[in-house]
Design a protein around this ligand. Structure first.
Ligand SMILES: N=C(N)NCCC[C@H](NC(=O)CCC(=O)O)C(=O)O
Length: 447
């Protein structure tokens, strides 16, 4: 049976903006209050999806969320018409208002953790939306994410959906950004690697001092239990607290895996030798490539600036692997030199493709943040909602939809404009019809 790894990219929402919301994420803080271009952002993302589909990859798309989140603002005591809620919140609680406007659901690497059927006890693909408790603006996402995932992977014969973990820092979970899977083939059992930043129930263990560790060990363990993974197929690794303090807020900013390749910075993990030995012991397959990048070649600071590790490593239909990198990697001498030499080495990675995703990068989101990986066999792929897969026709439809509904420029002050809310709802309502995912948004469910 054929097997695929399908990348489900997040569509950038109509209110994409820069609000400096993510302490610990250098790009987010340094671009606070800059004006954004939702249209350009959405098109950059859609073009990346189309390019991967043109390379012969199966490519999917996940719908964005509605922002500003009027329901979150009402829950915090703002009342009256939608226009009044926006006005009052922007005036009296501007920081909270900005948090309720973030289009952060675009980074679908944080949407959920996904375990393919080859790894799970019941032979289904398992999904757990991330609770994203560490940042208020992101904690608004999991419920609607869960509905979008159910609308995309609806067939209960193949897909199992869990509720996000308890909304509490003890179980802080950031989804696939802190999870990677190594395997000999996508459809064979793999090693699921969970990378956590701290222990929630044991203060004696090391933890970062400056920036938050968003993922806990206990959250990762809970996901593995929910998904029915066997201990033989799971490795837990602590992220190096020092790199979190240097701006590595998710593991996918410092390491990435695909099939038999783990690409990582030498400072990525707390106890690298033990972790790699455990992976080697649990990996079923002959050849395993650990590609380590030394600090002398690329510093942690340069890795955070260029997002060298927030690249996607994909396996092309001809079996070669390619790296999908942001143009920031090409613009850095150290990183482009490194990548030029990497493709000449004796590893499966043979190509590098650069993409302009600057609108996302300015908020700390590279190519890999924009996608959720779902390994599927042929039957499972057939069971996916086919309207969420990118082909020429769906690309054209979505392109036209963006052109019709998105603004070219958005400034902080525009977010309080009630017309923007109406525009966004009109756009999203139409999108749910294009993707046929059902009424996932709260404004569609009001009676
Ligand atoms: N590494 C991965 N997988 N995802 C990147 C997420 C970026 C996101 N940025 C933001 O939420 C910034 C929003 C703002 O500042 O307006 C975050 O920090 O959670």
């Amino acid at each position: 049976m054929k097997q695929f790894e399908v990348n489900f990219d997040g569509l950038v929402g109509p209110t994409h903006n820069y609000a400096g919301l993510s302490f610990g994420n250098v790009a987010s803080l340094s671009n606070a209050s800059a004006s954004s271009s939702p249209k350009q952002a959405a098109i950059q993302g859609l073009e990346k999806m189309k390019a991967l589909s043109d390379m012969g990859m199966v490519q999917g798309v996940l719908a964005p969320q509605e922002r500003p989140d009027i329901y979150a603002l009402r829950r915090l005591g703002f009342t009256g018409s939608d226009a009044r809620v926006l006005e009052e919140a922007a005036k009296h609680a501007p920081a909270i208002f900005r948090a309720c406007c973030s289009a952060s659901s675009m980074w679908t690497a944080n949407a959920a953790t996904v375990s393919p059927s080859a790894d799970t006890a019941d032979g289904k693909v398992h999904f757990t939306p991330a609770n994203l408790t560490n940042k208020y603006h992101r904690s608004l996402e999991p419920e609607v994410t869960g509905r979008i995932l159910k609308g995309t992977f609806a067939d209960s014969k193949h897909f199992s959906h869990h509720t996000h973990l308890p909304d509490n820092e003890h179980f802080g979970d950031e989804g696939a950004a802190n999870h990677t899977r190594l395997c000999s083939e996508y459809g064979k059992p793999g090693v699921e690697i969970f990378v956590y930043g701290r222990y929630a129930f044991d203060d004696s263990k090391s933890a970062p001092q400056k920036y938050p560790a968003r993922q806990t060990f206990e959250a990762s363990q809970a996901i593995a239990r929910l998904h029915g993974l066997s201990d033989e197929n799971v490795v837990y690794i602590q992220q190096n607290p020092d790199v979190i303090d240097q701006g590595v807020f998710h593991n996918d900013v410092i390491s990435v895996g695909n099939q038999n390749v783990l690409f990582y910075h030498e400072q990525a993990f707390a106890n690298t030798d033990n972790a790699l030995a455990e992976i080697r012991q649990k990996f079923e397959g002959d050849e395993l490539h650990f590609i380590r990048v030394d600090t002398s070649a690329v510093s942690v600071q340069e890795a955070v600036k260029t997002y060298l590790f927030n690249t996607q490593i994909i396996t092309l239909p001809n079996g070669e692997m390619a790296i999908i990198a942001p143009t920031e990697c090409r613009d850095s001498e150290a990183v482009s030199n490194y990548l030029d030499s990497l493709v000449t080495l004796n590893t499966p990675i043979k190509q590098v493709h650069y993409f302009d995703v600057k609108q996302s990068m300015r908020n700390g989101g590279g190519p890999a943040c924009l996608r959720l990986r779902v390994a599927l066999n042929e039957q499972e792929l057939t069971a996916v909602n086919q309207n969420t897969l990118i082909n020429d026709a769906q690309f054209e439809r979505l392109h036209k939809w963006i052109e019709k509904h998105y603004r070219d420029e958005l400034k902080e002050d525009d977010l309080r404009d009630p017309q923007l809310l109406i525009e966004s709802r009109t756009a999203l309502d139409e999108l749910t019809q294009i993707l046929k995912i059902g009424s996932v948004y709260p404004f569609q469910r009001e009676v």
